[in-house]
Structure formats: C-alpha cells, structure tokens
Design a protein around this ligand. Structure first.
Ligand SMILES: Nc1nc2c(ncn2[C@@H]2O[C@H](COP(=O)(O)OP(=O)(O)O)[C@@H](O)[C@H]2O)c(=O)[nH]1
Ligand SMILES: [Mg+2]
Length: 329
C-alpha cells in the first residue's frame, strides 16, 4: 500500500496548529537536547510567526553536558530564550512558569492566563512537560512517537493555560544525516524505517566519534570500518544470532538503538553546533532548495509505515506526518 498522508489531512494538521497558534500568547517549542537542530521543525516558526517563543531542550540527562552547554550558547545568540530541562523528573516547573510569565508579561492575571501552546516533533517530551506543569499525570506519556492524538488544554496554577499538541514532522526530510539522527533518537515510528539502516549509521558514527564507547560497552578490540562488520561483531558479543544463519543484524540493530535511547551507551549528543556550518534553520542544510518545505525526499512511507519500493535502500525519508491526523474540525 502506498503512502497516505492525504493533503487534506496534512492541511488539517497544519491548520489545527496554525489555529491554535492564533489563539495562543506564546509557543513552548520542545527540542531534544541530543539533536537540537535536527529536532527543530522548520515549519513551526512559520506557523507561529510573531509569537513569543520559549525553547526547551529536553532529555539533557541523555546528552553530553558539555555539548548541551555549547548548544545553549549558540542558541542564546538568537533572540529566543532557550533552556535545558530534565522533564521527566520533578523540579523545573517553577523555572518554566517564570520563563513563560516573563515572555508574556501582559497576561497571567486571574481570568487572563498566558496561553501556552506546547509544540514540537513526536517523542521529544511535550506531554511530559505538560504533566510537569500540570503537576500530575494528565497526558499520556510513552517512549514512542504518535501517542498524543489530539490537543489537550488545561489551566494551571501560576497563571498559565497549557495546550499539549500532537507531534508534527515536516515533509521531505532532505538532510539524510538529520533523518537518521531523528530515527535514532526515537522521534520516528519504528515501523516507518528499516532499523538496520539507522543502526549502520549509528555504528559508523560511534566508531568515528566515540570508539571507546564501542570498545568498553561491547568489549570489542577491533572496530571495522564496514558498519555491517562492526554490527556483526556486536551481534556475536550480544548473542544476537539466528540458528543456522549466524549473527542477526536485525536483532542487533534493535539492541544498539535501544541502548542508545535508554542512555546505556552513556550520555551522547548526536550532533554538535560544529556539525552545522552556519547557524540558522534547516534551509542552510538543504542548499539549492527552492521549495520552502525542503527539497524532494527520496521514497515514501506507506500508511503502515513501510518504505515503498521506490525508496532508495540507503535513504530514509519521511513525509510530513502528524501523530494522528485530526478526525474532526
Ligand atoms: N531521559 C529523559 N526522558 C524524557 C525526558 N522528557 C521526556 N522523556 C521521555 O520521553 C518519552 C516521550 O515523552 P512524551 O512526553 O510522550 O513525548 P511527546 O511525544 O513529545 O509528547 C517518554 O518516555 C518520556 O518519559 C527527559 O528530560 N529525560
Ligand atoms: Mg505527547
């Protein structure tokens, strides 16, 4: 079956966010501290044009603290206030409330709450932040994309009205490295790509950037340049074997990705400011593009998340996707 984000659904999803933006005083943009640039939806700024923005880098507990500091420095050079926050632990709510109140000083009185729209890509911790600010587990939180299905709105003490929104990706991921990082981080449904492609990317990146992590975690002496050879060694160490076949690269891909996501490989930032030549939006990574939504991506996702036949085997691509297209207006 081939893809299906009907344009109607895409437009509805966009419209829903745009409509919400129009009724909001500010946007709390949630980014993943491990991939602050790749987790930034370049379209959000357009949808929320003119709205004061607070950026929150979640999951800093999984990221390299030094890299997070450099990201905060770089991001502070823009005009948007940015802070890092471990969202799934208590504490931090007060700091967030204060930052929101400061951003919209004209509101926050009884009857006039600061209307905060919490937005970002899937699985970055939007609902976790919502719950943190609400003070209880009101929104469903799970370590997988596509959990929040529709907006949820609530007024909380401290003069804020919060709206948790479904995660939205953008059409045509042009930057393949970014697409692989997004998939590695857990922002894209696992059924939407071949984990082996992402595990190869990850193994290769680990070999170049963090060889010691591979050596110590998997007790490896050799680190072959060929990602499949490297994954094969890890598969042997971890007993990811299929009877009669030998090392199972599919199984070891799940192991490697799972260990990255859970932090078992240590605190790793998948990208640093130095990986991006010029600060700016995704446009700087999609040079030559005349399409504001990014250049054409290769291949498509099927409705149930499988890549279609016309997807080049090594390319990951994602059509604009929302956690669930709104079913009603
Ligand atoms: N380690 C860590 N996990 C987090 C943090 N914030 C959220 N999570 C986890 O990330 C996953 C996705 O969170 P969720 O709020 O459902 O993301 P959403 O899809 O953006 O709403 C859940 O397993 C959360 O517990 C954080 O700061 N640190
Ligand atoms: Mg959610």
């Amino acid at each position: 079956m081939s893809i299906n984000w009907f344009p109607g659904h895409m437009n509805k999803a966009r419209r829903q966010l745009q409509e919400r933006a129009a009724k909001s005083d500010m946007v709390l943009e949630v980014l993943d501290a491990r991939i602050p640039r790749s987790s930034q939806n370049p379209m959000l700024a357009r949808w929320c044009a003119g709205l004061p923005t607070l950026r929150v880098l979640t999951k800093p507990d999984l990221a390299d603290p030094q890299v997070t500091s450099s990201w905060l420095e770089v991001l502070a050079e823009g005009q948007i206030k940015t802070l890092a926050l471990v969202a799934n632990q208590p504490g931090g709510a007060k700091k967030l409330v204060q930052a929101c109140r400061k951003l919209v000083p004209s509101r926050g009185q009884p009857g006039f709450p600061v209307r905060v729209m919490i937005a970002g890509i899937p699985n970055v911790g939007k609902s976790t932040i919502f719950n943190l600010l609400v003070g209880k587990r009101k929104a469903i939180v799970r370590d997988q994309p596509a959990v929040t299905r529709r907006e949820q709105r609530i007024e909380v003490p401290g003069g804020l009205e919060l709206v948790d929104t479904p995660g939205v990706l953008w059409p045509k991921l042009a930057d393949q490295a970014g697409a692989h990082r997004l998939a590695a981080s857990g922002a894209i449904r696992e059924t939407a790509y071949d984990p082996l492609l992402v595990a190869r990317f990850l193994a290769d990146w680990l070999r170049r950037a963090h060889p010691l992590v591979l050596r110590t975690r998997f007790k490896l002496t050799a680190l072959p340049e060929d990602p499949d050879a490297l994954l094969t060694l890890i598969a042997r160490k971890r007993g990811c074997l299929t009877r009669g076949v030998g090392p199972d690269l599919g199984k070891v891909s799940d192991v490697l990705l799972g260990e990255l996501r859970s932090g078992k490989l240590g605190r790793l930032s998948l990208e640093t400011p130095d990986d991006f030549p010029a600060p700016g939006s995704h446009e700087s990574e999609t040079e030559g593009s005349t399409d504001a939504d990014g250049p054409s991506g290769a291949g498509e996702l099927t409705e149930d998340g499988e890549q279609t036949d016309d997807s080049p085997s090594e390319a990951l691509s994602v059509r604009e996707r929302v956690d669930e297209p709104p079913t009603s207006e």
